[in-house]
Write a protein that binds this ligand. Structure first.
Ligand code: MN3
Length: 202
């Protein structure tokens, strides 16, 4: 099947002033769209053609000969997850009580969680992603980072709840090289906790 560029869950200017319309239009309309196009080009006429995006990622992850396909397909998945991790809706920005309680248990406090997320995302050298995941081995919320296109989707025990793109293209137009300012803006103002708790209960 053809992999589709999913619609953004908000308007291109909805995340201002934290993420500008210019950044979103490039990030979604150029970067994300290119990963979708590359994935479709790579699967055309191959046995991958009839697989879902998740199946493509899981299969491609199993062998290095599919590295280019994995990178492009995983970036499709990661970006869709990222757009859904952000919101302009005030009600979605409130951390639901059961999740707030679990964050407090596992990180000490909500502020400690936010600081830990920022610290981990800053420490990811080069390009990659920062994730809030549920570790299904010990049922604890944890922060993990992945490099380049790597994704928790391929790790059986990790259930992703939220992610932040820390590739430079996610913030350079708005914050230049200052990744920390981008992270603070996102963590304090844009995270979609409705999406997070829906993922937790899935
Ligand atoms: Mn990106």
């Amino acid at each position: 099947m053809t992999i589709k560029l999913p619609e953004l869950p908000y308007a291109m200017n909805a995340l201002k002033p934290y993420i500008s319309e210019k950044t979103l239009s490039f990030h979604y309309g150029k970067h994300h769209a290119t990963y979708v196009k590359n994935t479709n080009d790579l699967i055309a006429g191959t046995p991958f053609e009839n697989k879902t995006l998740n199946e493509i990622i899981l299969t491609a992850a199993s062998d290095d000969i599919y590295a280019t396909l994995f990178n492009n397909a995983a970036q499709c998945w990661n970006h869709e997850f990222f757009w859904n991790s952000l919101t302009n809706q005030a009600e979605n920005k409130i951390i639901p009580e059961p999740l707030a309680q679990k964050l407090t248990e596992d990180f000490g406090s909500i502020d400690a969680f936010k600081a830990a997320l920022k610290k981990a995302a800053l420490a990811r050298f080069g390009s990659g992603w920062a994730w809030l995941i549920l570790d299904q081995d010990d049922n604890r919320l944890k922060i993990v980072t992945t490099g380049n296109a790597d994704t928790p989707l391929t790790r059986q025990n990790q259930k992703p709840l939220l992610c932040i793109d820390v590739w430079e293209h996610a913030y350079y137009l708005d914050y230049q090289n200052v990744r920390g300012d981008f992270l603070s803006a996102v963590i304090d103002n844009l995270l979609n906790w409705k999406f997070a708790i829906d993922n937790l209960h899935n």
